[in-house]
Design a protein around this ligand. Structure first.
Ligand code: BGC
Length: 814
């Protein structure tokens, strides 16, 4: 057996610096280092030259330590979109940009990527994970981690493990077989550890097979560290650490956020009374110091990256990823690219674009290019009309358009102690992120005050998100002066992710400003162990008659050569903290599409959602383009693709189909338990097993040219695939290789994605895709022997454009 290479000299030198620093710390300093100093950072320890390590979400941008539009970030397309590009190099470049953003914001560790799987389309954070396939997830995740870390910034691959839905996420006990864990849910983590050597991992809120993940000694210490050799730092998900001894013995290095955690003083006490060995604490401290050394926060240790890569143009990259991610699932009679002529653009999301998913993944871009902005810039003047058609937002949203607000902070005596800016109606102050001069001790009330200038006349609804005592005044009248209680089944972070409650309806006139004020008596929810002030003023436009809006849009469609309808989900449909209960588009959007399609046979539908939605009208329209949450430049990228300046490059990273046919729909635990009874059969594995035909299969996506598959040559485990561009313009093809064992094997899925490669060719040219088939594709987890087992025999190598559009098959024996 070949000798394993030892650590590189730089690693050895860094380890020596880490040991030296560790040796200088006393028990109190060590245990303090393992607990958040505040919401986003660890304490500095000047005695060893350690600066405070700062962490931030992730994954589509770097929010920084402030949760506000005052501190903007580049917003890239959603992770589902990044995966849809099927291009690790593009994911790596996204990582490089994010490292640059992190450095700009003083962030050392990015809380990303999310590599949980699309077990069920109902999962609320589906948009934030890559794929239903563990291999594709691993490849994209590893490239992303490599990109971020090549910029000298750490990552925490999350959420380890089986955090695949949101219902009761803090407590749910997911019951998963060892084989499904190994072959599906652990697989992306394992791949990323092996291929990108991440500097961090985040352990999940949930329990797996009876043990909460922040205490899961077997999966963390034995599997992640022991078997796979992970040498990074293990950070808890926010508030996930529950017990001092359980967590430290279970391999959790850092309990976030602080200052009130199970580490720090309670951990020092546990060592002093002999319950925990100091050597165990040392192990965790070593992991934190190693992370600090790698990111350059420990004096005397050489950072892993001394010269970060050159500057990346964030806006240009966001636009490139978006168009490379759009999936054209249907394009009858060449409806796209658009021909010269007039275009009726329809849909609320065409004007007020939904560019990112909600929850902790939220960042605040400096600007957003909506589809209306993008097409206005790209199309000749006078050729574009716009109609709302239908509004997907069926409830209030955070006050934004038309509001001019600021926050006034007062003490208990009513004296003003500070004022802060409020770019929109949401106040989300954490830790020391308070307006100048304000402290949590003195702060008694926050008043959001300013004006609202309506865009439309009619009854406007105002409401409140959050819990506590609120006073709401609009145009001089107080409409609410009471205590709003949290929803009984709400998430702990409801003030961030919960539902707004309507509290006032006020008739207003377009263009005439009115005074608005919302005062909150600051109170911390009992179960949030860190300092936070969070609430929001919410608003809803007057509701116009829905039938009238649809009729107006149909009229606009009839008058134009092409109709482009943008349909969307909302923040109340796809976000953190809850799961979906159906896959329908909210509001009257399905009726809208049907009416527009009846008025104009050349109707193109753009689906602006992070995860699958039902498209019941898909047979009635000419083209369907999935745009995901396309990031801040989404509208510009959409114009690139609709006009044909670029082809849409995406392929589905997850199967799209109606909920009634979806194989895995259970995301709600029973008596605290969620059994993964489908075992190995999620995503395409399950659709195939059930013999069901989805609307659009895994891997599917059309470009603007055509491809033929000419030959496949297999040499050992290398497949060489020759494809030819038979269309009229240059293009990129994602050559997909599926591996199908002969016979069903030991309970194996019919086939699995074993590899893929992107190739480019001009019209008439051919190109060769070279795909290495990994050994793991031939292996199954053998529960009897607790190891991977290579399954010998005959396999079909099936090469094609999607899991169902397989063009060439060759058989091999291994
Ligand atoms: C989420 C994590 C996130 C953390 C910090 C948690 O609620 O589950 O993904 O990184 O908050 O915002």
């Amino acid at each position: 057996m070949a000798a394993q290479p030892g650590p590189a000299p730089a690693d050895r030198a860094r380890e020596a610096a880490v040991e030296a620093a560790l040796g200088k710390l006393d028990l109190d300093a060590k245990t303090r280092l393992l607990a958040g100093r505040d919401t986003w950072s660890l304490p500095a320890l000047p005695e060893i030259g350690l600066t405070s390590l700062v962490m931030s979400d992730g994954p589509i941008g770097v929010r920084g330590v402030r949760w506000t539009a005052d501190d903007p970030s580049v917003a890239l397309p959603s992770p589902t979109a990044l995966a849809a590009a099927w291009d690790p190099e593009l994911a790596r470049r996204a990582g490089t940009l994010l490292a640059q953003e992190a450095r700009r914001k003083g962030v050392h560790v990015l809380l990303a990527p999310t590599v949980n799987l699309h077990r069920s389309p109902l999962g609320g954070r589906h948009f934030e994970a890559y794929s239903e396939d563990p291999y594709l997830t691993g490849v994209i995740g590893a490239a992303y981690v490599s990109g971020v870390q090549a910029g000298g910034v750490g990552t925490t691959v999350k959420h380890f493990v089986a955090n695949d839905a949101e219902t009761d996420r803090f407590t749910v006990n997911n019951l998963v077989s060892e084989r499904a864990l190994r072959e599906l849910y652990l697989a992306p983590f394992e791949f990323i550890v092996a291929n990108a050597r991440p500097w961090g991992v985040m352990t999940a809120y949930n329990t797996v097979n009876g043990t909460t993940m922040t205490e899961h000694r077997r999966l963390v210490n034995e599997v992640l560290r022991g078997e796979w050799g992970f040498d990074g730092c293990n950070v808890s998900d926010w508030t996930a650490a529950r017990s001092t001894v359980g967590a430290i013995e279970g391999g959790l290095d850092v309990a976030m956020p602080g200052p009130h955690t199970v580490y720090g003083a309670p951990l020092a006490r546990a060592v002093r009374d002999g319950t925990v060995a100091e050597a165990v604490v040392d192990g965790a401290v070593r992991n934190v110091l190693r992370l600090a050394a790698r990111v350059g926060a420990l004096e005397g240790a050489e950072p892993a990256v001394t010269e970060p890569p050159g500057p990346v143009d964030g806006a240009a990259l966001a636009r490139e990823i978006a168009r490379r991610a759009f999936v054209l699932v249907k394009n009858d009679s060449g409806a796209l690219p658009l021909r010269p002529g007039t275009v009726a653009l329809i849909g609320a999301a065409a004007r007020d674009a939904r560019v990112l998913g909600g929850g902790s993944a939220t960042v605040f871009p400096a600007h957003v290019v909506s589809p209306l902005d993008g097409l206005t810039a790209a199309l000749p003047e006078g050729t574009l009309s716009y109609a709302v058609g239908a509004d997907p937002v069926t409830e209030l949203s955070v006050a934004g358009q038309g509001f001019e607000l600021r926050a006034v902070c007062r003490d208990a005596a009513g004296d003003v102690i500070g004022t802060g800016s409020a770019p929109n109606g949401a106040i989300q102050w954490m830790g020391s992120d308070l307006p100048e001069g304000v402290t949590h001790d003195r702060l008694h009330t926050v008043e959001l005050t300013g004006t609202f200038t309506p865009r439309e006349s009619g009854p406007h609804t105002f409401g409140i998100k959050g819990s506590g005592h609120f006073t709401l005044t609009v145009a001089g009248t107080t409409y609410y002066d009471e205590t709003q209680h949290p929803a009984e089944d709400g998430d702990r972070f409801e003030a961030f992710f919960g539902a707004p409650v309507p509290r006032a309806e006020v008739a207003l006139t377009a263009g005439e400003p009115v005074a608005v004020s919302l005062t909150f008596v600051v109170a911390l929810p009992d179960d949030i162990p860190f300092e936070v002030v969070a609430f929001a003023l919410c608003h809803q436009q007057p509701r116009r008659d829905a039938d009238e809006l649809i009729a107006e849009a149909a009229e606009a469609a009839r008058a134009a050569d092409t109709a482009v309808v943008v349909v969307a989900t909302t923040e109340r449909v796809e976000s953190e903290g809850f799961d979906r209960t159906d896959l329908a588009l909210p509001g009257r959007q399905d009726d809208l599409v049907r009416a527009v399609a009846a008025a104009n046979p050349r109707t193109v539908v753009v689906v602006n959602s992070g995860s699958p939605v039902e498209l019941p009208w898909r047979d009635d329209v000419a083209a369907v383009l999935l745009s995901w949450f396309p990031g801040q430049e989404g509208g510009a990228a959409l114009a690139d693709v609709l006009t044909g300046a670029h082809e849409p490059g995406g392929r589905l990273p997850t199967t799209w189909g109606p909920l009634a046919d979806a194989p895995v729909t259970r995301v709600v635990p029973e008596n605290g338990e969620l059994a993964y009874t489908e075992d190995l059969f999620i995503g395409y594995r399950a659709w195939e097993k059930e013999g069901r035909t989805p609307s659009y299969p895994f891997g599917h996506g059309l470009g603007y040219t055509d491809w033929t598959y000419e030959s496949v040559e297999v040499d050992g485990t290398t497949a060489k695939v020759r494809v030819r561009n038979t269309g009229e313009r240059p293009g990129r093809e994602v050559v997909q290789v599926y591996l199908a064992p002969a016979g069903s094997g030991p309970g194996r899925p019919a086939r699995r994605l074993a590899g893929f490669a992107g190739v480019q060719a001009g019209p008439g040219e051919s190109a060769e895709a070279v795909v290495e088939l990994p050994r793991r594709a031939f292996e199954v987890w053998d529960e009897a022997s607790d190891t991977w087992s290579f399954v010998k025999g005959s396999y079909e190598i099936q090469v094609g454009r999607s899991i169902t559009d397989r063009r060439i098959t060759v058989t091999i024996n291994v």
